[in-house]
Design a protein around this ligand. Structure first.
Ligand code: IPM
Ligand code: MG
Length: 354
């Protein structure tokens, strides 16, 4: 098992240290190599996804990523921003299938801002297409053009999907629904956008391959509303890159604890990049208070999807449930009556539970 470890910026290095300890405790035969991605990489090399990291990532079976970005890099030219490193690695490795589970742990039922009865037992999976759509479509840019006889700046991006790109992400989503409650909701904006009319057509065609899964369609604005009105109506949601970006943030907040959510981004052979759904939280970086559980749960996803080690994945997930049941909480999920711990102590608790 060759794993490329990219701690990244902000709280990234702190949470990654705990995830690596958990991985090492399983005593698997794995080889880890660490690289730079994001703001730290820009500072060191001028490139948010330097060549040395590209080689490490291409050579590995899986990539574990902390988080990238921070205010000190926000004013750099676009091609040097940390986010560009993240988009670059996704595109270069062909990681088109992004799986973002939103699960509400029983012990954290009060963490959500929604009423407990609306979210209790929530367990949905968002499957987001990750290497196409308006994120990567050409042409794009900001140009000065003549409009109504005067010069004006003009911004433009291109939303686009090929039939094959849509079909392959739909197949990942149908397969995932098959392993769960066999309900798939495909989200589009077909009442306005041709690209997503094609999306809906291909989704309906692909459904014929999965007669045991119930497919429904929903417009993205309605989906945004339904996610807060009655989120438990969903099992698996599949959508394009941009709608998925937005809906997955919304879904994560239903659980009230974005610090708990892992994600996987997979290529056609299940090589994957695994990262927490949350960002680099520069405001608390270096304080030892960040929640490492999403990164630890990302290790579980890695063992499940890339290495097909379901038993080890479950061991980690059970250990996390156990520490929550024991009452350990980092600041982001703390409530009176529980025990507030820092990043390292949370890692210790998971190791003890393992
Ligand atoms: C995400 C993030 C990224 C995205 C940013 C940091 C480029 O929001 O992973 O959801 O938009 O995909
Ligand atoms: Mg996002």
């Amino acid at each position: 098992m060759k794993i490329c470890v990219l701690p990244g910026d902000g709280i990234g290095p702190e949470i990654m240290a705990e995830a690596v300890r958990v991985l090492q405790a399983l005593d698997l035969d794995c080889e880890m190599a660490e690289g730079l991605l994001g703001g730290g990489a820009v500072d060191a090399t001028g490139d948010p996804y330097p060549e040395a990291t590209q080689r490490l990532a291409q050579d590995a079976d899986a990539v574990l990523l902390g988080a990238v970005g921070g205010p000190q890099w926000d004013n750099l030219p676009r091609e040097q921003r940390p986010e560009r490193g993240l988009l670059g690695i996704r595109k270069q490795l062909g990681l088109f299938a992004n799986l973002r589970p939103a699960v509400l742990y029983r012990e954290l039922a009060n963490a959500s801002t929604l009423k407990p009865e609306v979210v209790a037992g929530l367990d949905i999976l968002i499957v987001r297409e990750l290497t196409g759509d308006i994120y990567f479509g050409q042409p794009r840019g900001i140009e000065t053009r003549e409009l109504d006889g005067r010069q004006e700046r003009f911004g433009f991006n291109t939303m686009q999907y090929s039939e094959s790109e849509i079909r392959r992400i739909l197949r990942v989503a149908f397969a995932a629904a098959r392993r769960r409650n066999r309900k798939l909701c495909s989200v589009d904006k077909m009442n306005v956008l041709e690209t997503t009319q094609l999306w809906r057509d291909v989704a309906s065609e692909t459904a014929a391959e999965y007669p045991d899964v119930e497919l429904s369609h929903m417009l993205v604005d309605n989906a945004a509303m339904q996610l807060v009105r009655n989120p438990k109506q969903f099992d698996v949601i599949v959508t394009g890159n941009m709608f998925g970006d937005i809906l997955s943030d919304e879904a994560s907040m239903l659980t009230g604890s974005i610090g708990m959510l892992p994600s996987a981004s997979l290529d056609v052979d299940n090589k994957g990049l695994y990262e927490p759904c949350h960002g680099s939280a520069p405001d608390i970086a270096g304080q030892g208070v960040a929640n490492p559980l999403a990164t630890i749960l990302s290790v579980a996803m890695m063992l499940r999807y890339t290495f097909a080690r379901e038993d080890d994945a479950r061991r980690i997930e059970s250990a996390v449930k156990r520490v929550l049941a024991q009452g350990y909480r980092t600041a982001d999920i703390y409530e009176p009556g529980t025990q507030r711990v820092g990043t390292g102590a949370m890692g210790d608790a998971v190791l003890a539970a393992l």
